[in-house]
Design a protein around this ligand. Structure first.
Ligand code: ZN
Length: 146
Protein backbone atom coordinates (compact mmCIF):
# COMPACT_ATOMS: atom_id res chain seq x y z
CA UNK A 1 0.00 0.00 0.00
CA UNK A 2 1.30 3.43 -0.91
CA UNK A 3 2.09 5.47 2.17
CA UNK A 4 -0.33 8.39 2.40
CA UNK A 5 2.29 10.30 4.40
CA UNK A 6 4.84 10.00 1.59
CA UNK A 7 2.26 10.89 -1.04
CA UNK A 8 1.21 13.93 0.97
CA UNK A 9 4.83 15.05 1.36
CA UNK A 10 5.51 14.64 -2.35
CA UNK A 11 2.31 16.57 -3.07
CA UNK A 12 3.43 19.44 -0.80
CA UNK A 13 6.93 19.45 -2.34
CA UNK A 14 5.38 19.53 -5.77
CA UNK A 15 3.02 22.46 -5.17
CA UNK A 16 5.76 24.38 -3.35
CA UNK A 17 7.98 23.91 -6.35
CA UNK A 18 5.33 24.87 -8.90
CA UNK A 19 3.29 27.56 -7.20
CA UNK A 20 5.47 30.64 -6.89
CA UNK A 21 2.87 32.91 -5.31
CA UNK A 22 3.21 32.39 -1.54
CA UNK A 23 -0.39 33.46 -0.85
CA UNK A 24 -1.73 30.97 -3.38
CA UNK A 25 0.49 28.27 -1.96
CA UNK A 26 -0.71 28.81 1.61
CA UNK A 27 -4.32 28.89 0.41
CA UNK A 28 -3.95 25.62 -1.50
CA UNK A 29 -2.15 23.98 1.43
CA UNK A 30 -4.91 24.99 3.82
CA UNK A 31 -7.66 24.08 1.36
CA UNK A 32 -6.04 20.72 0.77
CA UNK A 33 -5.64 20.08 4.52
CA UNK A 34 -9.40 20.70 4.93
CA UNK A 35 -10.11 18.41 2.03
CA UNK A 36 -7.81 15.77 3.48
CA UNK A 37 -9.68 15.88 6.79
CA UNK A 38 -12.91 15.06 5.01
CA UNK A 39 -11.24 12.34 2.98
CA UNK A 40 -9.64 10.76 6.04
CA UNK A 41 -12.92 10.92 7.91
CA UNK A 42 -14.67 9.27 4.99
CA UNK A 43 -11.90 6.74 4.75
CA UNK A 44 -12.35 5.84 8.40
CA UNK A 45 -16.02 5.44 7.71
CA UNK A 46 -15.31 3.32 4.64
CA UNK A 47 -12.79 1.19 6.52
CA UNK A 48 -15.28 0.67 9.34
CA UNK A 49 -17.88 -0.19 6.77
CA UNK A 50 -15.49 -2.54 5.01
CA UNK A 51 -14.62 -4.18 8.29
CA UNK A 52 -18.28 -4.67 9.01
CA UNK A 53 -18.76 -6.08 5.54
CA UNK A 54 -15.79 -8.39 6.06
CA UNK A 55 -17.25 -9.58 9.34
CA UNK A 56 -20.55 -10.21 7.61
CA UNK A 57 -18.74 -12.07 4.85
CA UNK A 58 -16.82 -14.10 7.39
CA UNK A 59 -20.04 -14.94 9.16
CA UNK A 60 -21.58 -15.97 5.87
CA UNK A 61 -18.50 -18.01 5.09
CA UNK A 62 -18.86 -19.79 8.43
CA UNK A 63 -22.50 -20.45 7.71
CA UNK A 64 -21.62 -21.86 4.32
CA UNK A 65 -18.93 -24.03 5.87
CA UNK A 66 -21.39 -25.28 8.46
CA UNK A 67 -23.86 -26.04 5.68
CA UNK A 68 -21.15 -27.82 3.72
CA UNK A 69 -20.27 -29.89 6.76
CA UNK A 70 -23.93 -30.76 7.21
CA UNK A 71 -24.18 -31.70 3.54
CA UNK A 72 -21.06 -33.82 3.81
CA UNK A 73 -22.64 -35.61 6.76
CA UNK A 74 -25.80 -36.23 4.75
CA UNK A 75 -23.73 -37.50 1.83
CA UNK A 76 -21.80 -39.77 4.17
CA UNK A 77 -25.07 -41.07 5.55
CA UNK A 78 -26.42 -41.68 2.06
CA UNK A 79 -23.23 -43.55 1.22
CA UNK A 80 -23.64 -45.62 4.35
CA UNK A 81 -27.27 -46.30 3.45
CA UNK A 82 -26.32 -47.38 -0.04
CA UNK A 83 -23.62 -49.63 1.31
CA UNK A 84 -25.85 -51.27 3.89
CA UNK A 85 -28.77 -51.61 1.45
CA UNK A 86 -26.55 -53.24 -1.11
CA UNK A 87 -25.36 -55.52 1.65
CA UNK A 88 -21.68 -54.91 1.35
CA UNK A 89 -21.60 -55.45 5.08
CA UNK A 90 -23.25 -58.42 6.68
CA UNK A 91 -24.08 -58.46 10.34
CA UNK A 92 -23.52 -61.78 12.01
CA UNK A 93 -24.66 -62.89 15.41
CA UNK A 94 -22.64 -65.86 16.56
CA UNK A 95 -25.03 -68.72 17.49
CA UNK A 96 -22.46 -70.01 19.96
CA UNK A 97 -21.60 -66.94 22.00
CA UNK A 98 -24.05 -64.28 20.66
CA UNK A 99 -21.13 -62.06 19.70
CA UNK A 100 -22.17 -59.59 17.00
CA UNK A 101 -19.78 -58.66 14.25
CA UNK A 102 -19.75 -57.39 10.67
CA UNK A 103 -18.22 -59.14 7.69
CA UNK A 104 -17.93 -58.09 4.06
CA UNK A 105 -20.35 -59.85 1.79
CA UNK A 106 -18.58 -62.58 -0.13
CA UNK A 107 -21.06 -65.11 -1.47
CA UNK A 108 -18.31 -67.59 -2.22
CA UNK A 109 -17.71 -67.91 1.51
CA UNK A 110 -19.91 -70.50 3.20
CA UNK A 111 -18.64 -70.12 6.71
CA UNK A 112 -16.85 -67.63 8.87
CA UNK A 113 -14.96 -67.94 12.11
CA UNK A 114 -16.33 -66.08 15.08
CA UNK A 115 -13.65 -63.67 16.23
CA UNK A 116 -14.82 -64.14 19.82
CA UNK A 117 -15.23 -67.88 20.41
CA UNK A 118 -13.41 -69.08 17.23
CA UNK A 119 -16.31 -71.39 16.30
CA UNK A 120 -17.08 -71.74 12.59
CA UNK A 121 -20.44 -70.20 11.69
CA UNK A 122 -22.29 -71.34 8.57
CA UNK A 123 -23.29 -68.49 6.28
CA UNK A 124 -26.68 -68.21 4.59
CA UNK A 125 -26.51 -65.36 2.09
CA UNK A 126 -30.16 -65.79 1.09
CA UNK A 127 -31.38 -65.13 4.59
CA UNK A 128 -34.34 -62.76 4.47
CA UNK A 129 -35.49 -63.83 1.00
CA UNK A 130 -37.15 -66.95 2.44
CA UNK A 131 -39.85 -65.18 4.39
CA UNK A 132 -42.26 -64.64 1.51
CA UNK A 133 -45.85 -63.79 2.46
CA UNK A 134 -47.99 -66.87 3.16
CA UNK A 135 -50.50 -66.16 0.36
CA UNK A 136 -48.67 -68.53 -1.96
CA UNK A 137 -51.14 -71.13 -0.67
CA UNK A 138 -53.33 -70.87 -3.81
CA UNK A 139 -50.40 -71.95 -5.88
CA UNK A 140 -49.85 -74.96 -3.60
CA UNK A 141 -53.54 -75.97 -3.93
CA UNK A 142 -53.11 -76.18 -7.68
CA UNK A 143 -50.18 -78.47 -7.07
CA UNK A 144 -52.40 -80.75 -5.00
CA UNK A 145 -54.86 -81.07 -7.90
CA UNK A 146 -52.23 -82.50 -10.17
ZN1 ZN B 1 -18.86 -66.90 18.88
Amino acid sequence: MVSIKNEYKSFLDDIEKNIKNKEDLEYIKKRFADFLDVVLEKMDYILDYKEEEMNKLEEKQNQIEAKMAKMQKIIDNIENDIYSEDGYDFEITCPYCNYEFIIDVDETKTEVQCPECKNMIELDWNEGEDDLPNNSRDYNDEDDDM
